[in-house]
Design a protein around this ligand. Structure first.
Ligand SMILES: C[S@@+](CC[C@H](N)C(=O)[O-])C[C@H]1O[C@@H](n2cnc3c(N)ncnc32)[C@H](O)[C@@H]1O
Length: 208
């Protein structure tokens, strides 16, 4: 369940998901990016990285990563889970998405913006500024990977402005080439075992 404040108990969530492996959308974006030059590793931003399933994959593949989350517990788990040889390529910030919209802690340019099951948890008031910032920092040819929640999702009545029709979702990606846009609508278990009606878009998009 989602709370009236559109938040969950993230510690319980991290316990449930454990290290479930990187998200398909990130894997797709990284495969499309292709091999990296390890002498000049590309840079990814992991938005609301949680306990770090995607950050770990980026580091494992040799990327540099700036990752942030509002949850200290998530960041602590992430720090504890990485290979020490990867640490110099990782910068972690405890930061909310609302703060990230204007924070100087974020890099000016990145090659990937990864936001797995993250953006709906940004307050609708701050989302336009956050989205504009994320799009602005992405290099031409760089990729966005992540999820946008749909308007028929069971959680939509809790905060309708965090849920998008297909048309509104596509509007977010003006100036991008959609490389993957999988719309899923189904009844199924959520990350913590409860059954819910899901409606979401899995997106990988390349900035033009
Ligand atoms: C569904 S989890 C996704 C975590 C991770 N990206 C993944 O794919 O497993 C949502 C994450 O958003 C974080 N979060 C929720 N509200 C946030 C906010 N306003 N700013 C930053 N992080 C937030 C939570 O702490 C949690 O780690």
């Amino acid at each position: 369940m989602i709370g009236a404040d559109y938040q969950r108990n993230w510690t319980q969530y991290f316990d449930f998901v454990g290290d479930s492996g990187a998200r398909e959308t990130l894997l797709c974006a990284l495969d499309s990016h292709g091999p990296i030059d390890s002498a000049r590793p590309p840079l990814a931003l992991d938005v609301a990285c949680g306990e770090g399933r995607d950050t770990r994959e980026l580091l494992r593949r040799g990327w540099r990563v700036v990752a942030f989350d509002a949850s200290e517990d998530g960041l602590t788990r992430l720090r504890a889970s990485i290979d020490s040889a990867w640490a110099e390529r990782l910068t972690l910030h405890r930061l909310s998405m609302e703060e990230a919209a204007t924070s100087r802690l974020l890099p000016a340019r990145v090659d990937v913006v990864n936001a797995s099951f993250a953006l709906p948890f940004c307050s609708p008031e701050s989302f336009p500024a956050l989205w504009s910032r994320l799009c602005g920092m992405l290099s031409p040819g760089g990729r966005f990977a992540g999820q946008i929640f749909g308007d028929r999702d069971e959680w939509a009545p809790v905060r309708p402005a965090s849920h998008y029709t297909r048309e509104a979702m596509l509007g977010l990606f003006e100036g991008f080439v959609m490389e993957r846009c999988d719309e899923v609508e189904k009844d199924g278990s959520d990350a913590m075992g409860a059954v819910k009606h899901h409606h979401l878009f899995h997106v990988v998009a390349r900035k033009g």
